[in-house]
Design a protein. Structure first.
Length: 242
């Protein structure tokens, strides 16, 4: 078996186990160790490794993470979530809003960003409404993974395909090919979650607590950045459609 493949399998095994003996191993520890191993064993040259790094993707990820963190720190994300969810009175409604809200948002803000900003949000909802945390976390995980298929900036893999592959009008191409499968999978996910966590869908009416913005100045900047991203995407789609 190819040594590179063996190293890759070893990295995935360590990530899955999360421990070696009594030592906890973070994901980046395992990935870094794997990268070092393929370098020192000559599976890839240092120059080829550097050339494999796509700066467009790295800069894009950095920018999205900065915007995402600003949304969290300013309290704008929690305030926005309250504005969207305060009329939702059932667990079913919360799950559906997370599925389709986070799913569609991940197509614009990238699934990694939504996973980071959404995790503390769904955990707060779980505590506030006594909902099984695993249910909301799994809902978020599947939502951002599935919803990210809709656009070329939904996840790093799509972005690499759009940048390096001969994909005409990437936004329209992804949307036309993947809109229906994505929506069908989100609906199917809801049905599966109902089967897996039947007791978590309690019938008690939900009462939401008002959440205020903690840093108005940062919230304004984060909101502006968010609108700029959405606006530029719209301009890009319009330009390639002409």
């Amino acid at each position: 078996m190819n040594l590179s493949l063996l190293i890759l399998l070893g990295v995935y095994l360590v990530i899955a186990c999360r421990k070696i003996g009594g030592i906890s191993v973070k994901i980046w520890h395992a990935m870094t160790a794997g990268a070092v191993l393929v370098l020192i064993t000559g599976q890839i040259s240092p120059l080829s490794a550097l050339q494999a790094i796509n700066l467009d993707v790295m800069v894009f990820l950095f920018g999205m993470f900065v915007v995402g963190e600003a949304l969290i720190l300013s309290g704008y994300l929690s305030s926005l979530a309250y504005g969207i969810l305060h009329r939702v009175k059932s667990v079913d409604g919360v799950v559906l809003m997370i599925l389709f809200g986070a799913g569609l948002a991940s197509a614009v803000l990238m699934n990694d960003t939504l996973a980071i900003v959404g995790t503390p949000l769904v955990l707060r909802l779980a505590r506030e409404h006594r909902i099984e945390p695993c249910l909301l976390l799994m809902t978020l995980a599947v939502a951002v993974t599935t919803g990210s298929l809709l656009s070329p900036i939904g996840n790093p893999q799509n972005l690499l395909i759009a940048i390096d592959g001969p994909v005409p009008s990437p936004f329209l191409t992804f949307l036309q090919a993947l809109a229906l499968p994505t929506l069908l999978n989100l609906v199917l996910t809801y049905l599966v979650l109902r089967v897996m966590w039947p007791k978590a869908f309690h019938a008690s009416a939900l009462v939401h607590s008002v959440v205020a913005v903690s840093d108005p100045a940062l919230a304004r900047l984060a909101r502006l950045a968010l609108f700029l991203i959405i606006g530029l995407i719209a301009v890009k789609i319009a330009c390639v459609s002409l």
